[in-house]
Write a protein that binds this ligand. Structure first.
Ligand code: ADP
Ligand code: ZN
Length: 433
């Protein structure tokens, strides 16, 4: 196996040893911040007493609300003069949170990112186009510095402007891209609509992440664009991208355990879930200087995958993120995640690249409506054919969700798209009261 960084091939014992040593260090460092100093004092935890991995559970959990409450400086463990950058989360679920980096933090992050890219098959010789918003969003600069660290010719294309993206891909014979999955589907659709085959675009590798997506979405991206797509997971609070990534085997994401301690906890009780069960991913940063976070509750739902990966790396793998705990919809008493809907829709050949979930209220009853784009060649069919497609989709959704959604077929490219993370759910329930 070719590796980028020696930490990739640590044994389980070596990982435990690194984690133990770094945990002790990071807790002392965290205790320099006003937030953790108060928290640890209140819990009666002496940072010096953290000497083994079993001590982890004595540490406080940290929530997004804690970050918001200590905005802007309360979690800072370093002096202002040591800071060189800050990033803020996209604010998908509310007020933003801020994360600071020292110069060393940025180097560590770029190393992690380069390690991920290398693991997915990128090499120095690749020409890399970063199709993601630059600015506070970590998918811009975070990915960018990783690609440069690996040694790739790196194009900071930014988000949007599809025609220019396509031109850059062709002009510079781009071999690898980073792109948000919903935008990858959109871009492929745009090329196809011009009567061209998106498979003729040069890239052979796409790094896709930043938003939940189904295996069906990955498959479509791979088939439409004729490349291999690798799942990339991260969040601003843990630097950004570079936390967990797929290797060549594409069977779950190796989470870099020399840099993060990961736990999967029951979101209600905060107790560890049984081996292999789905729960909330909770992480502790092991290498961060400016703003260490202890047992940060990501709200992201996943599970550890059993067994060892054929690539030989022993960093544990997490499953594709089902969604955020906040994404769960409750319709007629049934819990539904948007990803369950996506995986059904994108497996239907007549469905184009976009869909929208609309929540409505009729009287006191919540209803779910799914608006689905249909490929042009089917949309011009007569009503009977369309009626058949609609019924088939409704049936498939009912079997998966156990409630019957309304299905509305719409023309391809008629639903709103986003240059950044897709927002799939439109909630009209409040306004109807
Ligand atoms: P925000 O929380 O405001 O969107 P971030 O840009 O930090 O801010 O986004 C991090 C979040 O994006 C993660 O917590 C997760 O919910 C989602 N995410 C990132 N990568 C993936 C991925 N590969 N699969 C599913 N969800 C992802
Ligand atoms: Zn692997």
């Amino acid at each position: 196996m070719e590796i980028f960084h020696p930490a990739e091939i640590l044994s389980r014992d070596e990982i435990a040893a690194v984690q133990t040593r770094r945990l002790a260090r990071v807790v002392k460092r965290a205790a320099r911040s006003p937030f953790y100093k108060a928290k640890l004092d209140e819990m009666g935890v002496d940072p010096e007493s953290i000497t083994s991995l079993d001590d982890l559970t004595r540490l406080p959990l940290t929530t997004k609300d804690d970050l918001r409450a200590s905005y802007p400086f309360g979690m800072l463990a370093d002096e202002h003069r040591e800071l060189v950058r800050l990033h803020a989360s996209s604010g998908t679920t509310g007020a933003p949170t801020v994360v600071y980096h020292t110069e060393k933090d940025l180097r560590t992050w770029a190393d992690l990112m380069a390690r991920c890219m290398h693991m997915a098959g990128m090499r120095k010789e690749d020409v890399f186009q970063n199709i993601a918003g630059y600015g506070l969003f970590t998918g811009g600069l975070g990915i960018h510095y990783g690609a440069e660290r690996l040694g790739c010719l790196t194009i900071p294309a930014g988000a949007g402007n599809t025609a220019r993206q396509i031109k850059l891909l062709r002009d510079f014979n781009v071999s690898a891209v980073h792109i948000i999955p919903s935008y990858a589907l959109y871009l492929a659709g745009v090329v196809a609509e011009q009567g061209l085959d998106p498979r003729d675009l040069p890239p052979r590798i796409a790094l896709i992440g930043a938003e939940p997506h189904s295996e069906e979405a990955r498959r479509r991206i791979e088939e439409m664009l004729g490349l291999k797509a690798y799942n990339s997971y991260g969040l601003s609070e843990m630097n950004g991208p570079g936390v967990a990534f797929e290797c060549e085997h594409q069977n779950g994401m190796h989470l870099w355990e020399d840099s993060y301690i990961a736990e999967i906890l029951d979101p209600q009780t905060q107790e560890p879930v049984a081996e292999g069960e789905v729960g909330e991913l909770v992480m502790t940063t092991l290498t961060r200087e400016a703003m260490p976070l202890l047992r940060y509750r990501t709200r992201d739902l996943t599970r550890f995958l059993p067994g060892e990966c054929a690539c030989g790396r022993l960093h544990r793998r997490i499953d594709r993120i089902t969604g955020r705990a906040d994404d769960m919809l409750i319709i007629k008493g049934v819990n539904i995640y948007p990803m369950q809907i996506e995986k059904i829709l994108l497996a239907v050949p007549e469905v184009a690249q976009n869909y929208q979930i609309v929540l409505e209220r009729e009287g006191y009853i919540d209803q779910i409506k799914v608006r689905v784009e249909i490929k042009e060649e089917f949309f011009i069919e007569d009503m009977r054919v369309l009626g058949g497609i609609q019924k088939r989709i409704a049936g498939l959704l009912r079997n998966e969700l156990l409630v019957t959604p309304r299905v509305e077929l719409v023309e391809a490219k008629s639903l709103p798209t986003s240059e950044g993370k897709a927002s799939r759910v439109v909630d009209l329930r409040e306004t109807k009261d």
